[in-house]
Design a protein around this ligand. Structure first.
Ligand code: NIG
Ligand code: FE
Length: 417
């Protein structure tokens, strides 16, 4: 099956080998007025001029109508699968009750844990699918999904099995992370060590059942200490899991150093990161995964992205979609907040939403940039240029979405089969 996409205004893509660090993040190649030939889902030709020599009798031709093209977006930190929602905590939140106080009082994550436990597999599936469909409309073509709203093996597995089935049924590719250490369950209040041992034991089952490639821990004051984080991550690494870590979201308590030493793929949040940890990260291959929508929604500090780039770190930007700290599927808005609040350049943001997150998920060989030989995961935007995409905020700029060479979305609507 051959498809030609023509009448593209400009292609914007990174072509550097990831992790793309520091000032290289702004290095984006542009190709004006190109066309693309796709065969069996793979980009075969990127060229300019007359495409007619590539035409066969059954070639499909797609007119991009002078939209611009970027790689399909890769959101590498989400909590897609959960029960219920938390709008009933919103008034508390805007009245200034701190996130960790709501959690310490048995609310926050623990409320969602309850709702997730009582939700059936089908309910969780339907709710997550609805969000996934929404993310697709915003141009996301690969997605990381964490568990962490079960805090018992059965419910954690239910979440991961929902994600697995969605991966089989939905065009978006999903990569799964086990986050059993997302909060201490109420019933373990006075026996923390027991819960940590339980999480470590459960890792074996997750591994045997092939329900996740990654393990994550929420390392934070009042949640899990750096020492506990190290214990869980070390056990996970031994089993062959790759690591992603919630660290320095509210306070810096040592999780970032632990993660770098264990060669984690990402450390995520980093609003409270120290300068010395930025320097360590810059020397490592661990990606700093920034989640600016969370700062926006929690009315918190933003991660010091400019300083991180100056120091030579490799950054990704992710949505952190979840019911507590970022209840929005609009990944384009996350990228626009990265522009306005992290003060990242549109070119840096493109690197942070394509090739660097692809690297963090070990999928950079086949997605994350528009190059011959890679999967045709492509996002066409109704924008005159890349700057406009980041500057004109709050709307969906999607013109069309191709996943593995197939057109799924056009004019912000799902294409009928
Ligand atoms: O990444 N920080 C920890 N976990 C999520 C929030 C989860 C929740 O509040 O439900 C986050 O922000
Ligand atoms: Fe998160």
């Amino acid at each position: 099956m051959k498809t030609i996409i023509h009448n593209i205004k400009t292609i914007y893509t990174s072509k550097l080998k990831p992790p793309v660090k520091g000032k290289d993040m702004a290095s984006i190649e542009t190709i004006d007025q190109p066309y693309l030939v796709i065969e069996d889902g793979i980009i075969q030709v990127i060229d300019k001029g007359n495409y007619h020599k590539h035409l066969d009798s059954d070639t499909e031709i797609y007119d991009a109508k002078q939209s611009i093209m970027i790689p399909g977006l890769i959101d590498s930190h989400t909590h897609l699968v959960f029960g219920g929602s938390r709008e009933f905590e919103f008034s508390q939140k805007i009245a200034g009750v701190p996130y960790l106080d709501i959690l310490a009082a048995g609310g926050g994550i623990l409320n969602t844990v309850n709702a997730t436990k009582y939700a059936s597999f089908d309910e969780l599936y339907e709710q997550a699918k609805k969000s996934l469909d929404e993310m697709f409309l915003f141009g996301v073509t690969s997605l990381e999904v964490k568990s962490g709203y079960g805090l018992d093996l059965e419910t954690e597995m239910k979440q991961l099995k929902v994600a697995k089935l969605l991966n089989e049924n939905h065009p978006i590719d999903i990569y799964m992370t086990y986050l059993g250490a997302h909060a201490l369950p109420k019933e373990y209040k006075d026996k923390r060590d027991k819960y940590i041992d339980q999480v470590i034991e459960d890792l074996n089952v997750i591994h045997q059942e092939k329900l996740a490639d990654y393990v994550d821990v929420f390392c934070e004051t009042g949640v899990f200490t750096a020492k506990e984080t190290k214990k869980i991550l070390t056990a996970a690494k031994k089993l062959g899991f790759k690591l992603r870590v919630h660290s320095d979201e509210i306070e810096s308590i040592g999780g970032t150093k632990v993660s770098i030493n264990l060669e984690a793929k990402t450390v995520d949040h980093l609003m409270a990161i120290t300068e010395s940890d930025m320097e360590l990260l810059a020397k490592s291959n661990t990606i700093g995964n920034l989640l600016p929508s969370t700062s926006f929604f929690l009315n918190k500090e933003y991660a010091p992205a400019r300083k991180m780039i100056e120091k030579g770190m490799a950054l990704a930007v992710s949505s952190d979609y979840n019911p507590g700290s970022t209840p929005s599927e609009n990944y384009q808005l996350t990228l626009q907040i990265a522009g306005n609040k992290l003060r990242m350049l549109p070119t840096e943001i493109l690197t942070a939403s394509t090739i660097n997150p692809a690297y963090s998920l070990d999928i950079d060989e086949f997605v994350g940039s528009i190059e011959v030989g890679k999967s045709a995961d492509l996002l066409l935007l109704d924008c005159p240029n890349l700057d406009y995409f980041i500057y004109h905020y709050g709307i969906n700029h999607t013109h069309s979405v191709f996943k593995k060479g197939k057109l799924f979305i056009e004019n912000r609507k799902v294409v009928d089969e």
